[in-house]
Design a protein around this ligand. Structure first.
Ligand code: GTR
Length: 425
């Protein structure tokens, strides 16, 4: 008894805070030395008043991200059509109602559309707040329910994930379920709407040719992408916004309380979605790293040069001109975070995920915080990168969780708490 009491005390006084930070594994050509990360001045947010921010500065910064990073989402894409294709009232052993919604563009038949899977808790007495996020593996990978249709779309080849000849197999069922703890989310009183990001377009250099971007471009698969035109992240973001559109019509969901969430490349997508679409009242970036929450002016882990070489299709073509020359780019990640303001935004890192530059992810939230102050809201008020497993911040939340690049129950526990805190105000 004595022992467990003192253990409890130790925990309460911050045993976690003493967890030593894991060391990064050396990688040729990649800097993991904090002393060499550099300290370039960030582009000035040029803050005056909340009103001026909303009417002038925010639109200016949004345009900078369109021109230099993600590209502009075309305005003439057409009106989406929403069809509820299946409803199951006793999903997950009676815990939830599960719906599938097919979203298509009748004027753009070359695009095959996207299949959204929506779970809402049956215990709810009214419309519920809802997390909206794309998945890497498809609805059948998010859910463990055997009657979820297996995605038939192109997927990135992966032995480990049982993707064979670029197709999902039965063995891929549930493989992403640890990242989507449905029971935990539903029991907390939230809904979940998700879809396979590859429904919008495949995540490969040529994915756009058979996806949304070719289908909506007059030149189709012959399009030559010009500077400032959208990349794959822009297309995936467009998909997220169409889910938000559908949810405006969904009675079981409180459409005023939607949180956009994404991990890694989909965390970059989540931030860009939150920046463009104010239907999302909370924006969550899980381990989004370079091109997401990590400051590009820091040379630590992945850099602009590395990401634009490996994944040029994610961004607008201009972005690669900042490879090795981040200082010339008129944006940095603190501005991407600030585009969510005054809406709450949460940034998560993982202690072993040095590739994503945890400190750079923290600093973007920290340096976005003055925008929240304009609105009389507190962002991140601590100055130092917090200890592992120590969430900080009010309207800008941040934590650096024990473990690797992933989404875990710990991450979700913080997101659920964060959403409850802000939405019960
Ligand atoms: C990596 C990429 C990261 C991150 C990650 C992911 O290969 O370098 O920027 O996006 O993929 O999405 O899993």
């Amino acid at each position: 008894m004595k022992l467990s009491l003192s253990l409890l005390l130790l925990l309460a006084t911050g045993l976690h805070a003493q967890t030593p930070a894991p060391k990064p594994k050396a990688r040729p050509g990649v800097n993991y030395d904090e002393a060499k990360a550099g300290n370039l001045p960030l582009p000035d947010l040029k803050l005056t008043t909340a009103e001026e921010w909303t009417t002038t500065r925010r639109p200016e910064i949004l345009k900078l991200f369109q021109d230099h990073v993600f590209g502009k989402t075309p305005e003439n894409i057409g009106t989406p059509k929403f069809e509820v294709t299946a409803t199951k009232r006793d999903a997950l052993g009676g815990l939830a109602t599960r719906k599938f919604i097919h979203i298509s563009l009748p004027d753009r038949p070359a695009w095959l559309g996207m299949d959204v899977m929506l779970y809402t808790p049956n215990a709810a007495t009214g419309p519920v707040p809802c997390f909206v996020g794309p998945s890497f593996g498809g609805n059948h990978a998010v859910s463990t329910e055997k009657d979820v249709p297996l995605s038939t779309r192109w997927m990135r080849e992966s032995k480990e994930k049982h993707i064979v000849d670029h197709k999902a197999t039965e063995a891929t069922r549930g493989t992403e379920s640890s990242r989507w703890p449905l029971e935990m989310i539903l029991k907390a009183g939230f809904g979940v709407a998700t879809f396979y990001y590859g429904d919008v377009e495949g995540d490969s250099a040529d994915g756009w040719k058979t996806g949304l971007r070719a289908a909506v471009s007059p030149d189709g698969a012959n399009t030559v992408w010009k500077d400032g035109e959208w990349g794959a992240i822009g297309a995936w973001s467009w998909g997220l916004s169409r889910v938000a559109d559908y949810l405006q019509t969904e009675k079981s969901v409180d459409s005023k309380h939607l949180a956009v969430i994404g991990h890694s490349r989909l965390g970059k997508t989540s931030l860009w979605t939150g920046a463009q679409d104010e239907h999302f009242g909370i924006v969550i970036s899980n381990d989004s790293g370079e091109g997401g929450a990590a400051l590009m002016r820091r040379d630590f882990g992945e850099t602009t040069a590395i990401i634009t070489k490996a994944f040029p299709h994610w961004f607008t073509s201009t972005y690669k001109s900042y490879a090795g020359n981040a200082a010339a780019c008129p944006t940095d990640a603190h501005m991407l975070i600030a585009l969510a303001a005054p809406r709450p935004v949460y940034i998560a890192s993982a202690a072993e995920d040095h590739w994503a530059d945890q400190k750079g992810e923290f600093l973007s939230g920290k340096h976005a915080s003055p925008v929240y102050a304009l609105f009389g809201k507190k962002g991140i008020v601590v100055d130092e990168h917090p200890a592992i497993d120590t969430p900080v911040g009010d309207f800008v939340g941040y934590h650096n969780r024990t473990g690797k690049h992933d989404v875990t129950d710990y991450d979700w526990a913080q997101y659920l708490q964060f959403a409850k805190r802000h939405w019960s105000k």
